[in-house]
Design a protein around this ligand. Sequence first.
Ligand code: NAD
Length: 354
Amino acid sequence: MNAKIITLPGDGIGPEVTAEAVRALNGIAAKFSHHFEFEEHFIGGCAIDATGTPLAEATLDACRNANAVLLGAVGGPKWDRGEVRPEQGLLGLRKGLGLYANLRPVKPHSALAHASPLRADKLAGVDFIVVRELTGGLYFGKPQGRFDQDGHKRAIDTLEYTDVEIRRIVDLACRMASARRARVTSVDKANVLASSKLWREIATQTALAYSAVTLDHLLVDTCAMRLVVAPASFDVIVTENMFGDILTDEAAVLVGSMGLLPSASLGAGALGVYEPIHGSAPDIAGKGIANPIGAILSAAMLLRHSLNLPREAEMIERAVDRALSDGCRTADIAQAGERVLSTQAMADAIIERM
Ligand code: NAD
């Protein structure tokens, strides 16, 4: 197959890990006789430096005309005080491409139990995916802002959801669950919030179309607790934007390092943005020690979701699994005395096993 992939390496360790994900994709292309064309653009802080804006219209257009987008990370201390923030590039990309769903699979590797804050017995059997609504809710609500009233400073954010927004994300969660263990947990705060009452009502209606799927509802506070007490009880978690933002970070620490997890942001069509869940890690940028696994597994998600190449995706995932089982470690997941691989050497170890 021929595919055009836009790469947006971004800032900090973004370029370091994206380069390794591209090498993994080139390895797949060679093995399966695919032709992947890569085109690199700026996003985030480096885009502010080059063009004055974190996401140029031309970059967004290039993404719209591609099959998929592979992103590194954005941000860093250099741009923390500026008027324009690197993260606005990410929000603009999601909104501009209509990417309403963020998928984060969480599956700890048994060889890395030492790196997790949870006991190994709690981690056994953990394999779930969080489906987070990405373009609605508090982060996009209007009105929003600060104002003075009656001599006091006030600030307002608005949490709004429509039935259409809830239905399409719960529908996606049910479809994903149908190909897994057929269990969806919808997370809300329906005992307090009107938007959550609507969420629960629409989620219940939507799941009726999937007779094989079991739907449970959980309050967000209970979900936060259950993620550490019984993480193996989840299959697919679906939730609104801000709850998802918080729960996915909590879920991420279960596996032992921010460097390990991939994510996909999807919309109505096949086009998606794929990125590791970590940020630009300025503390380790430029040292060649970042873990490339989150980025490489994001490339696997790209193959599966945007290019419909599940065999190729599995080849990467199995190679990562084997590299970890064989004791390959970057600094973030190594125990005392273990040999530590550079970013590039870890990617080599994975590509060799493909
Ligand atoms: P971070 O994820 O960049 O780093 C948190 C910690 O995890 C650091 O100690 C870092 O060294 C470590 N880490 C992260 N990725 C790693 C990897 N691949 N291998 C090994 N260790 C890794 O979060 P932060 O420090 O809070 O944020 C740094 C910058 O990144 C900020 O400017 C923030 O706004 C931005 N950020 C961007 C994104 C994104 O681009 N999607 C997400 C989160 C944060």
